[in-house]
Each structure stands twice: as C-alpha cells, then as structure tokens.
Write a protein that binds this ligand. Sequence first.
Ligand SMILES: *[C@@H]1O[C@H](CO)[C@@H](O)[C@H](O)[C@H]1NC(C)=O
Length: 193
Amino acid sequence: MVYRDIVVLAAVLGSIGTLLADNPCLKGPPVAKNAAECCATPSLVEPSAFMACHSKWISQTKRQMTIEGIPRGCCVAECVMNSTNLYSDGKIDRDALTKLYLASAKPMAPEWKQIALDSIDGCFKMADSIKDEIEAGAKLTPAFDGEQICHPISGTILACMGMTLFGECPAKLFTVNDDCNKLKTYHSKCPFL
Ligand SMILES: *[C@@H]1O[C@H](CO)[C@@H](O)[C@H](O)[C@H]1NC(C)=O
C-alpha cells in the first residue's frame, strides 16, 4: 500500500517535471498477462493491425518517451488511425471512429455500447481541453536523427480510449486475480503500447 502511494507520488512529481523521475510507464506492464484475458474490451482495429504498427514504430516511441518537454505524438497510434483512414490533417474523424467501436462492441456484452459512447465523448472532451499542448506537439522538430514527428491527436485519443474502456470494464466481465488487479492499477496511469 505504502509502496503504491510512493509510486503514484513519483509519477506526479515526474509529470510536474523538474525532477528527472523514472517514467513509470516506460518499463511496461508489471506482469506478462495479456489485458484481454482480464477484460476483453471493444477495440478500434484487429490485434494484427495494431501489431503491424507496433512493430514499425515502437522503438521510436520508446525513445521519444525519454525526452522531456512538450509530449511528442505517438506514431504507433497515428499508424493505427491511418490504417482505418480516421486521421487526416490533425483531425480524427469522430463519426467514423464511433462506427468502428460500435461495430466492435456489437457481438460483445450489451453494456459495452454505452461505455464506448461515453468513453468517446470523454476522450474527445479531454483532447479538446489540452488542444494547445497537442498543437504544440505537432509543431515539434526532430530531436534525433530520423525522428518522424506524428501529430499527438491520435495517441491522445487512442491512449484515452484504451485506458478508459479497460478501466470501465463492468465488474462481472473482469477476471479478478492478482495479475489482472495489477494490470488494472498499471493501466489506470499508463497506456497500452
Ligand atoms: C499518416 O498519414 C499521413 C497522411 O494523411 C501521413 O502524413 C503520416 O506520415 C502518416 N503517419 C504514419 C505514422 O504513418
């Protein structure tokens, strides 16, 4: 309990940013378990489409996570959005994104439909509330040789959706065990990457 409080405190201090605290998300999830075994949530794309973008961009994304300052756009997320034509010119097509989440939710437990709609609403409102920072991130220039600058909107929306859906998993659909509880705590602060 105390340990967890310290980790949370370190994360808060780290995000305030004067200390070069370890980013608690950089090491990845604390357990090897697949989150979908704890709670399968609606998703935007098939795991194979996500994995294709993941393999292509994850090493750049990990390197960018160690850079301080204005948050940099995540190319894994932009690649995923591009694969479904949801992204263009700094904007996400919200209607098309909603259709994809609802199609994914359709064969699942009926609770997911409203949870997905509410999550989309919350995530777009959140992105709007930080739009200055998102725009600033889009205008960054490469910090290392070969860095591709992606627009932060895709990562902002995708990270928010993944974390919100997992966090809102109805209790009766969540597998309660040690590993899953640890993943739940981890993903309340850290995105799926
Ligand atoms: C996504 O598509 C845009 C063109 O709409 C392109 O400029 C950008 O490089 C693509 N991003 C990735 C990560 O492939």
